[in-house]
Design a protein around this ligand. Structure first.
Ligand SMILES: Cc1cc2nc3c(=O)[nH]c(=O)nc-3n(C[C@H](O)[C@H](O)[C@H](O)COP(=O)(O)O)c2cc1C
Length: 390
């Protein structure tokens, strides 16, 4: 079974991940993983941390001579900031350790701080925020980059773009070619395919900087060139839409997910929402009048692109802090502030890509199996033939 786990604290030594269940023989490029890590760090509105870290992956197990060998893959990404935290987060207690801790006693509204401190019985929120931080998504993006390299073997790709930052929203549909062109740009501003909208988005982020505030938005992830039949209608937990929704909402600060035109569809008549079915007799294939379903019907891919959107709340740490309570005195106090991002919508899109790629890689392996890439490909090609002959 394909599965992954991550560990690591935001200011700890490193982030780690293990990834189990990929077949042997998949070509793996470290440069491609680093490129995804770089993309996660981009975007106008990022905080000082992104200037400190230039993430680079190390693979310490499961890949040899640039190919997977079928055994668990182990990944390490070192935190450059660790050198400033060795005495604050030591593994073993040190002399004067308590005094050297960087305590967080004024929990930030909107963060895991207060609920986590109560639940784990810590008198301050440091250990909670160290793990709740979206720094953890660095490990997810590295795993997702491997999943993407697996999917590429079958001609499938996953990318994202930004639809909205605050109130500025791109209302028109965006093509795969536009999203692909965006992904090759050497610089990332706000990840929107329309330059005019992107500069209006930048004005909103500028305002958040000026006023000590933060801003959220919407990203769209698109998975391209998928076969029909990934996922299944037969049980609640085999539905691909459910798995994708969990993967996206599990991302820090994502508060909602939309598959296809869910929001618009809920306000429309059925005749305007469903994607009509057609058949090209000469080419012998089915095609659809539109893709409002976002590529999934009955919990299965239908052969169209998957399109889903993640709704990101504004970052919880504010330079102009909100009201809170000091955990030591229980007196009213302003929430803690620690160097922080102001807008992360483009980065969230890249993390969303990783999560979608991971879910799709798992769905591929569930359907096609295989201990070696050759075996998986043989099963895949046999299925494609069956689809053509249908
Ligand atoms: C890419 C990314 C970067 C983030 N950076 C920060 C940050 O610098 N400061 C912060 O307070 N929250 C940041 N967040 C958001 C927090 O992780 C999130 O608000 C927090 O976990 C609470 O939200 P939750 O209830 O969804 O987990 C970031 C989120 C993402 C996706």
């Amino acid at each position: 079974m394909f599965r992954f786990e991550t560990a690591g604290e935001s200011h700890g030594e490193c982030l780690v991940a293990t990834l189990t269940g990929l077949p042997a023989g998949i070509p793996i490029s470290l440069d491609q993983i680093d490129r995804e890590l770089w993309r996660r760090q981009q975007g106008f509105g990022r905080g000082g941390r992104m200037k400190i870290e230039t993430d680079q992956v190390e693979i310490v197990a499961g890949v040899r001579h640039s190919k997977t060998i079928g055994s668990p893959i182990a990944i390490v990404i070192r935190n450059k900031d660790w050198k400033n935290w060795t005495e604050s987060l030591p593994v073993e207690q040190i002399e004067d350790g308590d005094a050297k801790q960087k305590r967080v006693t004024r929990p930030r509204p909107g963060h895991a701080d207060l609920a986590g401190a109560i639940k784990y019985n810590f008198q301050d929120a440091r250990y909670i925020l160290e793990r709740a931080s979206a720094r953890e998504t660095t490990a997810r993006v590295a795993v997702g980059a491997i999943a993407k390299q697996f999917l590429a073997q079958f001609g499938c790709s996953v990318l994202s773009h930004v639809i909205a930052v605050g109130p500025v929203r791109l209302e028109r549909a965006v093509t795969w070619a536009e999203i692909e062109a965006l992904s090759h740009k050497p610089e990332v501003l706000l990840g929107c395919v329309e330059a005019g909208h992107e500069s209006k988005m930048k004005e909103v982020v500028d305002e958040a900087y000026r006023t000590g505030d933060t801003i959220g938005g919407i990203f769209e992830v698109v998975a391209h060139n998928l076969p029909p039949g990934l996922g299944s209608h037969i049980t609640w937990d085999s539905r691909l839409d459910g798995k994708l929704a969990q993967a996206i909402v599990s991302m820090q600060a994502v508060k909602g997910v939309e598959i296809g035109f869910a929001e618009e569809g809920s306000a429309s008549f059925g005749s305007k929402v469903q994607d009509t079915i057609h058949y090209a007799k000469q080419q012998r294939h089915f095609f659809r009048g539109n893709n409002r379903a976002g590529g999934i019907e009955g919990g299965m891919t239908n052969g169209q692109d998957i399109r889903l959107r993640g709704f990101l709340k504004p970052i919880s740490t504010l330079r102009r802090p909100l009201e809170s309570v000091d955990l030591e005195t229980r007196d009213p106090a302003l929430a803690a502030y620690e160097r922080s991002d102001v807008c992360v919508v483009p980065a969230a899109g890249v993390i969303g890509e990783a999560m979608v790629a991971i879910v799709l890689a798992a769905a591929f392996l569930e359907k096609f199996g295989g201990d070696s890439l050759i075996e998986t490909k043989r099963n895949f090609e046999g299925y494609l033939q069956q689809v053509t002959d249908f």
